[in-house]
Design a protein around this ligand. Structure first.
Ligand code: HEM
Length: 426
């Protein structure tokens, strides 16, 4: 979508056509509204004016989360109706609106947008994330949670996380001896990938996830046929859902820490006071500031039936975009929303904040993220070891305030350039 919008932005050839269509549309609209007996008007959410055919597509820009947040602020609208080509799209930009949507209409918004080419990529919508709501989705999600993502299973993989994190520490010590730069984006991606690979394919706890799926395929006891494509789809879920997302979280946390040396110092003090040497998972419970830092760092669905949300009439098929970025930066909810201030989460846990819809980094409702515990367990341990075991500086004496925080929006919002830094073991 960003790609399309960017091209529409740049194409001069399209502009005359768009203006011609706009004029024709305006005149036809005037003609029909003066001659036809129109049905009673629906109460619709505020909409920024759009163009015929493309609607608001040209307004998306390179960073939809920022453009959409700016639109919501300009119109002071918790929910807005955009037109993306022929499709209406509901843009949800405050926690209160997200709460209304997910608390009162969760089932109605529990289906994903169906786009044929994308469904093909996901084995005809056999992944958990792309499957329509129903028995198959429920079974597939439950299978992943039971064998891989539940709190109990996540805890059982502690030794895998510890071994992989220790390997990272060793590699960083070696890099420091050579005076080499560390690519923190790469470190985070490799670690999340290695952890997922070992728990999905390895034989850490007796059987691997693949073994469990193959067994289920053979005995067919679950009543749900798991073919080769289903198995591949569930593995894809774990890799797509589990690698880039977790790595992006670690990358943003480290970038913010490098840009805010005072916050880095405070976190290092906490980690080094709680843990001596390598941090292990039992230490993490006592690192409350680490959790605030992570929380401070931390978004389409489609409406299944016509419904009324916050008094507005919305049609079945409307896309639903929950702008997690805008919710986390709502100026009516947060003081200095654009400042990196982990202390704002001093007196509330992630669960409190998620229940209050103050932040929605893992989505919400029945289609919310299935791998939250898995992701946080991996990210917390890695970050604690990075800041606990090393002092960090930008290469070539770079200044904190000069760190390039440009974003690259797809598929997740990550740093445009790899995060490079120098590690010194303590
Ligand atoms: C920091 C890391 C992560 C973030 C920020 C994140 C965020 C999200 C978000 C926003 C959604 C969509 C929720 C919605 O539509 O409301 C989602 C869905 C999902 N995530 Fe995550 N995720 C992360 C890590 C993981 C990991 C590690 C896994 C698995 C190993 C995972 C597996 C999934 C799955 C399977 C879904 C689809 C759930 C469904 O449709 O029923 N995620 N995630």
């Amino acid at each position: 979508m960003g790609f399309l919008a960017q091209h529409l932005h740049c194409s001069f050839l399209l502009l005359p056509a768009i203006f011609f269509c706009s004029a024709a549309y305006f005149l036809l609209n005037r003609y029909y509204s003066s001659t036809s007996s129109a049905p009673p008007k629906k109460h619709l959410p505020p909409s920024p004016p759009g163009l015929p055919v493309i609607g608001n597509l040209h307004q998306i820009g390179r960073h939809p989360h920022r453009t959409f947040a700016a639109l919501a602020r300009r119109y002071a609208a918790p929910v807005m109706l955009l037109r993306l080509g022929s499709r209406p799209a509901l843009l949800v930009s405050t926690g209160a609106a997200a709460r209304e949507l997910f608390k009162n209409h969760d089932l109605l918004v529990s289906t994903r947008v169906r786009i044929k080419t994308i469904e093909k990529l996901f084995y005809d919508a056999k992944t958990v994330a792309s499957a329509p709501p129903g028995d198959y989705w429920r079974h597939a999600r439950a299978t992943c949670v039971l064998h891989l993502l539940s709190n109990k299973r996540v805890q059982s993989f502690a030794s895998v996380r510890a071994q992989e994190t220790n390997l990272v520490v060793e590699r960083l010590v070696a890099a420091s001896r050579r005076g080499a730069r560390v690519d923190l984006s790469d470190v985070a991606t490799c670690l999340s990938n290695d952890v997922i690979c070992r728990v999905a394919f390895g034989e850490e706890e007796g059987k691997s996830f693949v073994d469990v799926l193959l067994e289920e395929q053979k005995d067919g006891k679950s009543g749900h046929f798991l073919g080769r494509d289903n198995i591949k789809a569930l593995l894809l879920d774990m890799f797509v859902g589990g690698t880039d997302t977790t790595a992006t979280l670690v990358e943003w946390v480290m970038a913010e820490l490098l840009r805010h040396p005072d916050i880095m110092n405070k976190l290092q003090h906490e980690v080094r006071t709680v843990a001596k040497g390598n941090v292990n998972e039992n230490d993490l419970d006592n690192m409350t500031y680490l959790k605030q830092v992570i929380l401070e760092t931390l978004a389409p669905r489609e409406l299944m039936e016509d419904c009324t949300i916050m008094g507005y009439n919305l049609a079945a098929g409307t896309f639903i975009f929950t702008n997690a970025w805008a919710i986390g930066r709502d100026p009516n909810r947060w003081a200095d929303p654009d400042e990196f201030q982990p202390e704002r989460f001093a007196n509330r846990s992630l669960d409190d904040s998620v229940h209050a819809f103050d932040v929605v980094p893992f989505g919400a409702g029945r289609r919310g993220c299935a791998g939250r515990s898995f992701a946080l367990a991996t990210a917390e341990l890695l970050i604690a070891n990075l800041v606990g075991r090393f002092d960090w500086a930008l290469p070539d004496g770079g200044k904190a305030e000069d760190l390039d925080m440009s974003e690259c929006t797809l598929p997740t919002i990550h740093l445009r350039y790899p995060l490079l830094a120098m590690a010194t073991p303590v």
